[in-house]
Design a protein around this ligand. Structure first.
Ligand SMILES: *Cc1c(COP(=O)(O)O)cnc(C)c1O
Length: 350
């Protein structure tokens, strides 16, 4: 096995995630989808098992963000997200592990949202939580963050702001390094996947995977599945983040937004709104592999992959990796709507 050069060795990192995560061959899922005659070889990269308060892709980004925060002598992390944000939960956990405080500004549709799923964990982790009305828009959220930052600074704290989803040039480094890890596992297992599917939200994962694929010469094409609207601006942002991260790493790579693939057909009516395809994907993965997907991100991405397999866009002799980015606490946070969908959904088609 050749060990890939670690380009990130010189940048500050604070260890938070349990790495490497397993690369699991989903043979039973392949059988459920018609077996080798109809379905490509499928592998799951289990980033739902990163640990850091129940796992997910934010653990990888936060290692580099915390490295930067600690280098700047931060005393408190400040971040934002939806009320069931996985990123907020994992940032709160990262703060605990690094001995920092954490303030969360969460957008919610109600002034007293149900304390379940990620929000329950945010409370357990001791985060200082402020709610902003989701209907008030991004400007209201930004104003609230600024107010929190100003108050903390006035109180003698050194606040470190982390953008939505941890998606900036530093957070991007997480999935550059994950690419190296995944390539090593693929070499060990003797596979050269043609595609890497993943859920795409604030696009830091996309930026890291796309940059990683180029700097490490990966065989696969990255296929993001959007979990919300916002393109083409979001794709432009992903390319910009990747290029800024390339500069941090000192590698000569320039991405054009036109090179990035993000499927737009699987998020339904919007972020965190349930879809029939996602509900079917949750049930299929649970019953075929005993693995849980979350309704907001991974189930929608899997619905996209399942559709591409069933419609023959991926040939049975190809190999695909699906990146499981976590989010499982969202199953509980969105339990009522998911349950209602399960009651209505037709059985898995196979
Ligand atoms: C945040 C998140 C994503 C999306 O990652 P981005 O880098 O924001 O695009 C995917 N899956 C889960 C479970 C997440 O929490």
């Amino acid at each position: 096995m050749t060990t890939k050069p670690n380009l990130l060795d010189t940048l500050p990192r604070y260890r938070l995630a349990r790495l490497p995560t397993p690369l699991h061959e989903a043979s039973r899922l392949r059988e459920a989808l018609g077996g080798p005659a109809r379905c490509p070889r499928l592998f799951l990269k289990r980033d739902d098992l990163t640990d850091l308060a129940l796992g997910g892709n934010k653990a990888r980004k936060l290692e580099w963000l915390l490295g930067d925060a600690l280098r700047q002598d931060a005393t408190v992390l400040v971040t934002t997200g939806a009320v069931q944000s996985n990123h907020a939960r994992m940032t709160a956990a990262a703060a605990v592990q690094a001995g920092l405080r954490c303030v969360l500004v969460l957008t919610a549709e109600s002034a007293s949202p149900e304390v379940q799923g990620n929000l329950l964990l945010d409370h357990l982790l001791g985060a200082d939580i402020h709610f902003v009305d989701a209907a008030a828009g991004e400007a209201a959220e930004a104003a609230k963050v600024q107010k929190v930052m100003d108050r903390l600074a006035a109180a003698g704290e050194s606040p470190y702001p982390i953008v939505l989803g941890g998606s900036d040039r530093i957070g991007t480094l997480g999935y550059v390094d994950a690419t190296r890890e995944l390539l090593e596992h693929c070499e060990e297992q003797g596979i050269a996947p043609a595609f890497l599917y993943y859920a795409s939200g604030s696009r830091g994962t996309q930026a890291g995977l796309e940059l990683g694929a180029r700097v490490y010469n990966a065989p696969w094409r990255c296929v993001g599945v959007a979990v919300s609207g916002g393109d083409p601006e979001k794709t432009a942002r992903a390319a910009r983040m990747a290029n800024e991260a390339a500069q941090l790493l000192g590698v000569n790579v320039a991405l054009d937004p036109a090179e990035l693939v993000t499927e737009q057909d699987y998020y339904g009516t919007g972020y965190a709104e349930p879809t029939e395809g996602a509900t079917e994907a949750i049930r299929l993965l649970a019953r075929a592999e005993g693995i849980f997907l979350d309704p907001v991100y991974t189930a929608k991405a899997m619905a996209g992959l399942l559709d591409h397999i069933r419609t023959g866009r991926i040939a049975p002799d190809q190999t695909v990796v699906f990146l499981h980015t976590g989010g499982v606490p969202g199953l509980f946070g969105h339990a009522r709507r998911t349950e209602a969908m399960l009651a209505e959904a037709p059985a898995a088609r196979g």
